[in-house]
Design a protein around this ligand. Structure first.
Ligand SMILES: Nc1ncnc2c1ncn2[C@@H]1O[C@H](COP(=O)(O)OP(=O)(O)O)[C@@H](O)[C@H]1O
Ligand SMILES: [Mg+2]
Length: 243
């Protein structure tokens, strides 16, 4: 039977009185990639925050490899093999590239769900991102946007996750750099990682994702797959704007 890597079931989440996620359910299968789409403000990052334990759902449940983690801390959820590459990178700007990676190093959890590439080390991250290797002693603040994104991904990999949550990794990057980042994401998927890729641009996700969920104003508007959605401009226009 197919295993679920991560799922949200009937999640309601709030910022103060603001009811941001309303009965959101979706499932990421093991070794699959789920593209999470939606306009700005649709609730994509909030879903990632809930999945990572940064925001507790007020109702509903989050589970990782079948175990309920609702109400667990980010550290506890990370210990179950989940890592987040946050929107806006959030690297330590005043630390060097190498230091950014070192602080995130964690041995892989002893689990049958460990991705085949694990364990990640500084050396294997540098092999994946040669440009980071060249800049290992530079301060992260001095990296280009693309290099900072690679560092953010490398830092998440240093935690040796089985589930990788990537929140708009292409944001603010030039098209050529976006293509490089997407090639990396494809390799990570091939290594057996289960991945949620959050994007505003459906074209980027359609090429790599197995499953697609579109959020609209805090609710799941569409749960489908790339082949079906590519044929359906009306749905894309309705929930994502004009293409
Ligand atoms: N920290 C916060 N406090 C209050 N409201 C927030 C906060 N973060 C996001 N929101 C609101 O929650 C909604 C969903 O935001 P978000 O999950 O960031 O959307 P997306 O990632 O899809 O752009 C938006 O209306 C946004 O303004
Ligand atoms: Mg967001």
């Amino acid at each position: 039977m197919a295993t679920d890597a991560l799922s949200l079931s009937g999640v309601h989440a709030y910022y103060g009185d603001s009811h941001v996620l309303q009965d959101v359910s979706f499932t990421l299968g093991e070794a699959r990639m789920l593209g999470l789409l939606g306009r700005n403000g649709a609730g994509k990052s909030t879903c990632m925050n809930v999945a990572m334990g940064l925001l507790a759902p007020r109702r509903g449940a989050v589970s990782v490899f079948g175990q309920d983690v609702s109400g667990c801390s980010p550290e506890q959820i990370a210990a179950r093999g989940v890592a987040l590459v946050p929107q806006g990178r959030r690297i330590f700007r005043s630390l060097s590239v190498r230091e950014n990676l070192m602080v995130a190093a964690k041995k892989p959890i002893d689990s049958k769900h460990a991705a085949s590439h694990a364990p990640w080390t500084i050396d294997t991250v540098f092999t994946m991102f040669p440009r980071l290797a060249e800049r290992r002693d530079q301060m992260a603040a001095h990296l280009s946007g693309g290099e900072q994104q690679m560092l953010a991904i490398g830092r998440a990999l240093m935690g040796n996750p089985s589930v990788l949550l990537m929140d708009e990794p292409s944001e603010g990057l030039a098209p050529q750099i976006v293509a490089e980042v997407m090639a990396t994401i494809r390799k990570l998927k091939e290594s057996g990682l289960s991945i949620i890729l959050v994007e505003q641009n459906p074209q980027l996700v359609f090429d790599v994702a197995d499953d697609i969920v579109i959020l609209n104003t805090g609710q799941v508007a569409v749960a489908s797959n790339p082949a079906a959605l590519k044929q359906n401009d009306a749905v894309l226009r309705q929930h994502l704007g004009v293409f």
